[in-house]
Design a protein around this ligand. Structure first.
Ligand code: SF4
Ligand code: SF4
Length: 303
C-alpha cells in the first residue's frame, strides 16, 4: 500500500491523565486493519492494555554524551565550572544530569572530551490480540523523545505498507512540546481528549491551536463530562467557535478504572455506557478518515 493512502489518527491531550490511552486502547479493540503506535514514549503505558508479544527489539541512540579521555585530562576543573547542569566534574560525567549540549567538549583546553552517540532506549515491534503495535521505552533521564517518536512512527508506516493496513492509530504524548509536534506531523485527524476542568479547557485550547497551526482537522472528546456540566458546556461552545467537532461525552464510570487495573480495554470489560459512546465516536472518526468500514466483528464484553 502506498504511504499516501494510509490514514493516520493521533489521539492527544493537553496533559496526562485525561483518559487518552483508555480511548486509544478502546479504538485499538474496535478498529480492524490498523497499526497502533505508542508515541507517549516518556511514559508509555498502552502496552499494559494491549498485551504485546515482542517480535523485534532495536536500540535507540538519540543523543550525545561527553566521553573523556582521562589520560589527556589534567584535572583543570574548567568543565565543571562551565557546565550549568553540574553534570561533569574534572572529567567525570554524570550521564543522568548531562543534557548533551557539548559545551564542555568545546572548552576543554586538552581536547580530552569528545561527544559520542549515547544509548537512549529501546523500541519494539510487537504483535497484540488487536494487531501490530510499535512502542518504545526511553532510558532513565532521557528526554530526546521527539526523535524517538519519529523513529516509531516511521516504523509504523513501514509495517502498514508491508501488511497493506490502511490506518495508523497513534497514542500521542501529553502536552504541546516537541514530542507532540513529532506525533502530529502528517496526520489526517487529531482527536483531543479532555476533562471538564479549568486546566482541561486551557490545555484543550492549546492543543487545538497546535493542530490548527498544522492545518489538521480536529475532533474532541470530553471524558467524565458529568463531573462539571458547566465546563462541559464551555468546551462544547469553544469547539463550535473553533470548528472542532465534539464527538463524544463519556460519563464518569468507576468501572473504567477497574478495567485499567485488570489490564483490559473498556471494550473487554463490562462498561456498557462507556462502550456505547466509544462506538459512536469511532464511527465518526471512521467516516471522517474515509477508511473502509473496519469495525471489528469480535463481540465485546458487555454488562
Ligand atoms: S576541562 Fe578537560 S582537562 Fe579540564 S578537567 Fe575537564 S576534561 Fe579535564
Ligand atoms: S555536554 Fe553539556 S551538560 Fe553534558 S557535561 Fe558537557 S557541558 Fe555539561
Amino acid at each position: 500500500m502506498d504511504g499516501s493512502e494510509i490514514k493516520q489518527l493521533a489521539i492527544v491531550s493537553g496533559k496526562g491523565g485525561t483518559g487518552k490511552t483508555t480511548i486509544a486502547a478502546a479504538f485499538a479493540a474496535l478498529a480492524k486493519d490498523k497499526v497502533m503506535v505508542d508515541c507517549d514514549v516518556d511514559a508509555a503505558d498502552l502496552h499494559l492494555l494491549l498485551r504485546p508479544k515482542i517480535l523485534t527489539q532495536e536500540k535507540y541512540f538519540g543523543g550525545k554524551r561527553p566521553h573523556v579521555d582521562l589520560e589527556q585530562c589534567t584535572q583543570c576543573g574548567l568543565c565543571a565550572e562551565v557546565c550549568r547542569f553540574n553534570a561533569i566534574d574534572n572529567g567525570v560525567v554524570n550521564s543522568i544530569s548531562c543534557e548533551g549540549c557539548g559545551f564542555c567538549s568545546h572548552i576543554c583546553p586538552e581536547e580530552a572530551i569528545t561527544m559520542r552517540e549515547a544509548f537512549s532506549g529501546d523500541w519494539f515491534v510487537s504483535e497484540t490480540p488487536y494487531g501490530p503495535f510499535i512502542h518504545a521505552r526511553l532510558g532513565i533521564g532521557e528526554e530526546n523523545s521527539g526523535k524517538l517518536v519519529t523513529v516509531v512512527r516511521k516504523k509504523a508506516m513501514e509495517v502498514a505498507q508491508e501488511r497493506g493496513l490502511e490506518l495508523i492509530l497513534i497514542d500521542g504524548p501529553p502536552g504541546i512540546g516537541c514530542p507532540v509536534t513529532a506525533s502530529l506531523t502528517g496526520v489526517n485527524l487529531v482527536l483531543a481528549i479532555t476533562e471538564p476542568t479549568l486546566s482541561g479547557i486551557h490545555d484543550l485550547e492549546r492543543i487545538l491551536k497546535l493542530s490548527d497551526h498544522f492545518k489538521i482537522p480536529s475532533m474532541v472528546c470530553v471524558n467524565k463530562f458529568d463531573i462539571n456540566l458547566g465546563n462541559t458546556a464551555k468546551i462544547a461552545s469553544h469547539c463550535k467557535k473553533n470548528g472542532s467537532r465534539l464527538i463524544g461525552e463519556i460519563p464518569y464510570e468507576p468501572r473504567v478504572v477497574e478495567a485499567l487495573v485488570q489490564g483490559k480495554t473498556v471494550m473487554d470489560y463490562p462498561c456498557n455506557e462507556v462502550q456505547g459512546v466509544v462506538h459512536r465516536m469511532w464511527k465518526e472518526v471512521e467516516d471522517s478518515l474515509k477508511v473502509k468500514k473496519c469495525l471489528n466483528t469480535k463481540s465485546f464484553v458487555t454488562g
